[in-house]
Design a protein around this ligand. Structure first.
Ligand SMILES: Cc1ncc(C[n+]2csc(CCOP(=O)(O)OP(=O)(O)O)c2C)c(N)n1
Ligand SMILES: [Mg+2]
Length: 563
């Protein structure tokens, strides 16, 4: 059996139903065969889009996202999206390729791809002979699923052409959940029993319905407040003890409570500068505990008093059992939940509407969208000054309904993730909020969105600027003229690719989207003409941007490292 066919067999056996990619001689040997194996191929228009599609698919479904690009330029095009995948530890398998094993380093598309992938920290392998291909592929699928981290597998073109006897590989899937150390568990239980106001903080490592149930049960028994990192927004949606997102994207009401807690137990949360605002979001004497599957992640960003290297759901279940057996009550007997002010901590913060003169306030747009769009939605975002809008203004049904693809802060990957989410969760409407700079950078994928077969809404916060850079340049006292852009008509771009284009200069223009929502089909681009720059009422140390883009001020830098 030829290598190209073995690839299809192994993907099908691994349960892969969808593959995202862009054609080239590195993958056209097997892409036409996928459909015979019941696998759908979803083409992108740029390789970064293909990676982002797999990423959005993986995050919105919890399943492995598989993508493929050709070697050389295909891989170099894909890089920024790949770094995002790597930094977010998204379960994405990249099926790369390579020039034939006999090619010289002077072949035109030859490149030290393993070196390149190594430089971005991406685990990667190169298949050497067809005899190991099936096994290598089966291993790589289990690796991505088991470790919940990406992997690149490079398959040279001659290996795809070669043939050998095909022996289907037995696929080994881990079943047991890693248990925490007993002593650590006892210590955590006693911390919980003596805490005055404990907070359970869930991160991306806890984004799973199974883990959510266990964590909510623990919060109930141990009377903990609930919060999430930005990446896990929506995990506790609607829960009465939920404060929503903790950190730079917390609502003002939630932030007040967060500043008072004395114990934070992070489950699959890594206390990044976004979550802690470089250490300033919690009170100075707070105790931090971290539960994470990866030992090296404990204490990476913040000083941790106790670290448990274990499965989050398993740890929560064991804690519940222990607390129940001890029949112990916390000292602060009064339920924290009852003591909370009666406000919706996750509601969009109040703002002064600055709409007028043919421009709309994007916060008003988002508020309207939140009411209008079906609640079964996947909210996706991109990077820029506008980035907080969907986080603070759009609710999502659960954590899989929120795709935060901005760990690397690479502008332009959002559209790919939205298309991947649309394909992965056809029961939910994919909604993307992005800037005019980000969309012009990745505009090729509007065509992909229009033809992917599922509805996608792209809301453009069109301020004719790289607004985030205006703020950054102003901060340094520099003229910001270069950060202003010519006005583009994105509604017209949508029409060009066969989608619906809506230009929004006043809120009533959104009525067209309301009609579209009755029976959503294809691509809808909502081009919102907004003032620039908008003062979102942030600034200084309270601003999330301060903790990501600007260099930390001396004295506060200890916690400032990538999320
Ligand atoms: C790939 C990439 N290029 C450049 C940047 C620098 N950058 C950060 S935000 C930003 C502005 C993005 O403009 P837009 O999408 O319109 O969002 P806005 O800030 O205007 O809301 C730029 C250029 C980046 N983060 N990523
Ligand atoms: Mg802009």
């Amino acid at each position: 059996v030829k290598g190209s066919e073995q690839i299809c067999h192994e993907l099908a056996r691994g349960g892969v139903a969808d593959v995202f990619g862009l054609l080239g001689d590195g993958n056209y040997r097997y892409l036409p065969l996928l459909s015979e194996h019941g696998i759908h191929f979803h083409p992108s228009r740029h390789e970064a889009g293909a990676i982002a599609m797999a990423d959005g698919y993986a995050r919105s479904t919890g399943r492995i996202g598989v993508c493929t690009v050709t070697h050389g330029p295909g891989l170099t095009h894909a890089l920024s999206a790949l770094v995002e995948v790597r930094k977010s530890q998204s379960p994405v398998l990249l099926l790369g390729s390579d020039t034939p094993t006999w090619a010289t380093a002077y072949s035109c598309q030859d490149l030290d791809q393993l070196g390149l992938l190594d430089a971005i920290g991406m685990p990667s392998e190169r298949v050497r002979v067809v005899g190991t291909l099936a096994r290598d592929l089966a291993r790589s699928i289990t690796h991505v699923e088991d470790r919940a981290e990406p992997l690149a597998m490079l398959i040279p073109t001659d290996v795809q052409d070669d043939a050998c006897e095909y022996v289907p590989t037995r696929i080994f899937r881990p079943t047991s959940r890693r248990r925490p150390d007993d002593e650590d568990l006892a210590e955590l239980a006693s911390l919980l029993l003596t805490a005055r106001q404990p907070l359970l903080l869930a991160g991306r490592g806890a984004v799973d319905p199974d883990a959510r149930r266990s964590l909510e049960r623990l919060a109930e028994i141990a009377e903990m407040l609930l919060g999430t990192t930005a990446l896990a927004k929506g995990l506790f949606a609607g829960h009465p003890s939920s404060l929503g997102v903790v950190g730079g994207f917390a609502t003002p009401a939630a932030r007040q409570i967060i500043g008072q807690v004395d114990l934070v137990v992070g489950f699959g949360a890594r206390f990044s500068p976004w979550t802690t605002l470089s250490g300033t979001v919690f009170s100075p004497d707070v105790t931090l505990v971290q539960v994470d599957l990866e030992a090296a992640a404990i204490g990476r960003h913040a000083p941790i008093s106790l670290g448990l290297v274990a499965d989050v759901a398993e740890t929560a279940d064991l804690l519940v059992g222990r607390l129940q057996r001890q029949q112990a009550n916390r000292v602060g007997l009064q339920s924290q939940r009852d003591a909370l002010p009666r406000v919706d901590f996750e509601a969009q913060p109040p703002f002064e509407d600055v709409s007028g003169d043919g421009l709309v306030d994007p916060r008003a747009v988002v508020r309207e969208l939140d009411r209008m769009l079906p609640s079964e939605r996947t909210v996706c975002l991109d990077g820029g000054w506008h980035q907080s809008l969907p986080i603070l203004g759009l609710s999502c049904p659960d954590a899989r309904g929120f795709v935060f693809s901005q760990t690397y802060q690479s502008v332009g990957v959002g559209i790919g993730t939205a298309i991947g989410a649309a394909l992965g969760r056809p029961d939910r409407l994919a909604v993307l909020v992005m800037g005019d700079g980000g969309l012009s950078m990745s505009i090729a994928e509007l065509a992909t969105a229009a033809t992917c077969g599922l509805p996608v809404v792209v809301v453009v916060i069109n301020d004719c600027a790289y607004a985030a850079e205006i703020e950054g340049m102003k901060w340094l006292g520099l003229p910001a003229d270069l950060a202003y852009l010519a006005e583009l008509d994105f509604a017209a771009s949508a029409v060009t690719v066969g989608g619906l284009g809506i230009t929004v200069r006043r809120l009533s223009d959104l009525d067209q989207l309301r009609s579209w929502c009755a029976e959503p089909q294809g691509l809808a681009v909502v081009d919102c003409k907004v003032p620039c720059p908008i003062d979102y009422g942030r600034g200084g140390e309270d601003d999330w941007i301060e903790h990501i883009w600007h260099h930390p001020r001396p004295g506060r830098l200890a916690l400032n490292a990538p999320p």
